[in-house]
Design a protein around this ligand. Structure first.
Ligand code: FAD
Ligand code: 2HG
Ligand code: ZN
Length: 474
């Protein structure tokens, strides 16, 4: 056993320092199966002080550290590189709900708590934690924070950043920053909390968080709506919002090609419409009570929109089971994409009003560059966030597709930048997009980001190769 492994085992116990290939395997590949890395060890601390001990040991030995939560990153953010120099620091054993305060409307949790467990804990206390996404059964609060996750309820409740009040973070040198305050107002200087949120494990290890809770919505109305295209969906958005106001919780778009892919691969997904539509929107309203009233409101908005020619057909869920079946379709999309083959993934953020034009011109541009290419487009249209996935043409070999994928990505990202958008809305830069940063970020922004990185992680040990290119200039 070398010195490093012996010290780590001394701090955490041998059972929590995984060195065998077999034990490490699940931690070294990403959810999409796109990256496979190597590590000296996978360590599993069980407390904040143990995380701090790991960081002190790694700082002394100059060992890179890759933090990992549920390992559901869509950008290879939690997978180490292939050198085998790094350790993977899994937060999964930090899994306690520390406190729920129904009056302050807050919950304090360890970073390794799985999102679904936080939702359940809030529900048991008669409260509601709104972050919701397809990976909620396995992603962790620490990962949600490090990625500033979005999901399907951002329209009403905001992203993880907006849902967070305080953080506890272990710094690269092992010091612990206790910022676990539950204050809605605190004007005492720079917002350190917000620096760590969205930093993808490159500035510190998040070990705990104070999150906002909300009143539990007891009423929901859910509709699966056929539309002609993204332009119709975009016009439907204000029509529903005007009728339903803040009750509008989700507005999720899928093209017909996307729907067909889901229905093909997800065996128990059933289309709730008479015929396959050119495109669809999944709409959800929520409120404190009065489910029949909520449903009526949604139906009225949809009837108006049929008359205005925006809606082709619609199914409104009559009970929870039907609503779940509608969501099952939407939630099947990432799995369907993986089953179909490796897609070139793009996480588009542009002004909401530019979405339809974006889809039309990007579809045309990628099809011109690569005849037969299959855009699979879906996402959080109400947030200005589409997942623009490209699948190879039928019969195209993976090698041929890989050869043209960078050019296609350039086309998609150019279309984003033309609209003053961002190349990542919610999945982060990770290792997937790190090569794009110099092209897409202003030099001044990159320089400031490098200075902050140097301040907090002078030896560059935290998640190297992710988010930031090696230097701002070359
Ligand atoms: P990981 O994948 O383990 O890590 C993500 C990043 O955070 C990595 O850079 C890692 O190094 C870092 N990290 C993890 N924990 C910590 C910590 N404690 N301290 C510091 N850094 C840390 N994302 C969305 O925003 N919206 C969606 O709708 C959405 N849907 C998804 C659906 C599916 C099926 C899947 C597989 C993923 C989806 N994602 C979505 C992507 C992903 O960002 C989220 O699942 C989640 O936020 C990642 O949490 P995790 O615990 O798995 O983090
Ligand atoms: C979603 O919105 C996720 O379902 C995953 O962000 C998107 O697989 C994807 O591209
Ligand atoms: Zn998404």
């Amino acid at each position: 056993m070398d010195d490093l492994i012996a010290e780590l085992a001394g701090a955490l116990g041998e059972a929590n320092v995984l060195v065998s290939e077999q034990d490490q395997a699940p931690f070294l590949t990403d959810w999409l199966g796109k990256y496979r890395g190597a590590a000296r060890a996978v360590v599993r601390p069980g407390s904040t002080t143990e995380v701090a001990a790991v960081m002190r040991i790694c700082a002394r030995h100059k060992i890179p550290v890759v933090p990992q939560g549920g390992n559901t990153s869509m950008s290879g953010g939690a997978t180490p590189d292939t050198t085998g120099d790094a350790i993977v620091l899994s937060l999964m054993r930090l899994n306690s709900i520390r406190n729920i305060d129904a009056i302050s409307n807050t919950i304090v949790v360890d970073a390794g708590v799985v999102l679904a467990k936080v939702q359940q804990a809030a529900q048991q206390a008669g409260r509601f934690f709104p972050l919701s996404l397809g990976a909620e059964g396995s992603c962790t609060i620490g990962g949600n924070l490090a990625a500033n996750a979005g999901g399907v309820a951002v329209l009403r409740y905001g992203t993880m950043r907006e849902l967070t009040l305080g953080l506890e973070v272990v710094l690269a040198d092992g010091r612990i920053w206790d910022g676990l305050t539950a204050l809605r107002k605190d004007n005492t200087g720079y917002a350190l909390r917000d620096l760590f949120i969205g930093s993808e494990g490159t500035l510190g290890i998040i070990t705990g968080a104070v999150l906002k809770l909300f009143a539990r919505p007891h009423a929901r109305a859910t509709a699966f709506v056929a539309v002609q295209d993204a332009a119709a969906a975009l016009n439907l958005l204000p029509a529903v919002r005007d009728r339903c106001g803040d009750r509008l919780t989700a507005f999720e778009f899928m093209t017909g090609e996307c729907l067909a892919l889901i229905l093909h691969h997800i065996g128990d997904a059933r289309l709730p419409l008479a015929a396959m539509p050119p495109a669809a929107v999944l709409i959800e309203l929520s409120d404190q009570d009065d489910e029949p009233g909520l449903r009526e409101r949604l139906e009225a908005a949809l009837i108006d929109s049929v008359e205005a020619g925006l809606v082709l057909d619609a199914a409104v869920a009559q009970d929870v089971t039907q609503a779940k079946a509608f969501w099952h379709i939407r939630e099947g999309v990432s799995e369907a994409l993986v089953r179909e083959g490796k897609a070139a993934k793009h996480d588009v953020s542009i002004p909401v009003s530019a979405m339809a034009d974006f889809v039309t011109s990007t579809d045309a541009a990628v099809r011109a560059a690569a005849p037969g290419i299959r855009p699979i487009v879906f996402g959080h249209l109400g947030d200005g966030n589409l997942h623009y996935n490209l699948l190879p043409a039928e019969g195209q070999t993976p090698a041929d597709f890989a050869a043209i994928a960078p050019d296609l990505t350039r086309i998609v990202h150019d279309e984003i930048v033309r609209r003053r958008g961002s190349i990542s809305a919610e999945h982060g830069i990770g290792q997937l997009r790190v090569g794009e940063m110099k092209l897409r970020k202003a030099p001044l922004e990159l320089e400031l980001m490098h200075q902050l990185k140097h301040l907090l992680d002078p030896a560059g040990l935290l998640n190297p190769g992710k988010l930031l290119p090696a230097s701002p200039t070359n």
